[in-house]
Design a binder for this molecule. Structure first.
Ligand code: SAM
Length: 267
């Protein structure tokens, strides 16, 4: 059933505050589910924000393990329970959820609500060691930031973090017409394959990257000098053969990692 009729039969409207744009394109539903599952042997499969179940349906048919769903909208939870009676549904805000069991070999799927894409991305980073693959759809602007290359306008802290911890590839741009209601902007689906964890404290690395981009127009030395010591930063630049005048946007993710390894004591 089309989401418009589905919502009408439930007597509800799509809620902007929950970023609700429901996928209507079977092509994209297949692509996202198939990409997630390809050659994977998961212990758990999560879907964040199943909505009316556009992706859940395919997951249930194709996944070797039953998915766990995380949905904040109580109206939709009632509907999902009826439509998928045997599925584990976690009602509430995914951002507040904490696991009570050990996490292992998880696949994560989600057409993410635009307003909380960034916090969800960073929350998932905490569990990266247990994640096999993620296929997530974002507002195109955020997706461009994730995959951006150095010296381009979209390149920033989010790009450095995403590319340090994952191999990313875009599955393509999803036009507004693939959703109901139509969003105002394009979306883009990204597949994340976790890279091996670098030998560095993750929170310290995230802090360094945040500070590096805190004033984009200033030299990196200025942004990092106060926290890490100007002499130490200059010595790291010299060892890495980087100009003392470099700006954050000129350093690649591997260079950021090397810089962090030189400036942050190993745990
Ligand atoms: N997956 C469905 C689809 O593709 O048609 C719905 C996608 S819609 C863009 C985002 C979904 O995430 C909505 O169902 C919304 O209610 C849910 N959602 C929004 N914020 C959430 C949160 N913090 N935790 C869990 N679900 C959330």
């Amino acid at each position: 059933m089309h989401p418009r009729s589905q919502l009408a039969s439930l007597g509800v409207h799509a809620k902007k505050r929950f970023g609700q744009n429901f996928l209507t394109s079977p092509h994209w539903a297949h692509t996202l589910v198939d990409t997630l599952l390809e050659e994977m042997d998961p212990v758990a499969v999560w879907e964040i924000g199943p909505g009316l179940g556009a992706l859940t349906d395919g997951l249930l048919k194709k996944s070797p393990v039953a998915p766990r769903l995380f949905e904040i909208d109580r109206n939709l939870c009632g509907f999902l329970r009826e439509r998928f009676p045997n599925v584990d549904l976690v009602e509430g805000d995914f951002l507040k959820w904490e696991p009570t069991e050990a996490l292992e070999r998880i696949l994560v799927l989600g057409n993410l609500p635009y307003n909380v894409s960034s916090p969800i991305f960073f929350k998932l980073l905490d569990w990266k060691g247990s994640i096999l693959r993620m296929v997530l759809t974002f507002q195109r602007e955020f997706a461009r930031r994730l995959v951006a290359k150095p010296t381009t306008p979209d390149y920033g802290g989010t790009s450095v973090v995403a590319q340090t911890f994952y191999e990313l590839h875009s599955l393509g741009v999803i036009p507004p017409g693939a959703f109901y209601p139509k969003p105002e902007v394009d979306s883009e689906a990204i597949c994340f394959e976790p890279r091996p964890d670098p030998q560095i404290d993750r929170d310290s690395f995230l802090r360094l990257v945040r500070e590096a981009f805190s004033h984009r127009r200033k030299m990196l030395l200025k942004n990092l000098g106060q926290q890490y010591g100007k002499d130490k930063v200059l010595a790291a630049f010299e060892a890495m053969q980087i100009s003392p005048k470099v700006r954050a946007e000129e350093l690649s993710p591997p260079q950021f990692l090397e810089l962090a390894e030189r400036l942050i004591p190993t745990p």
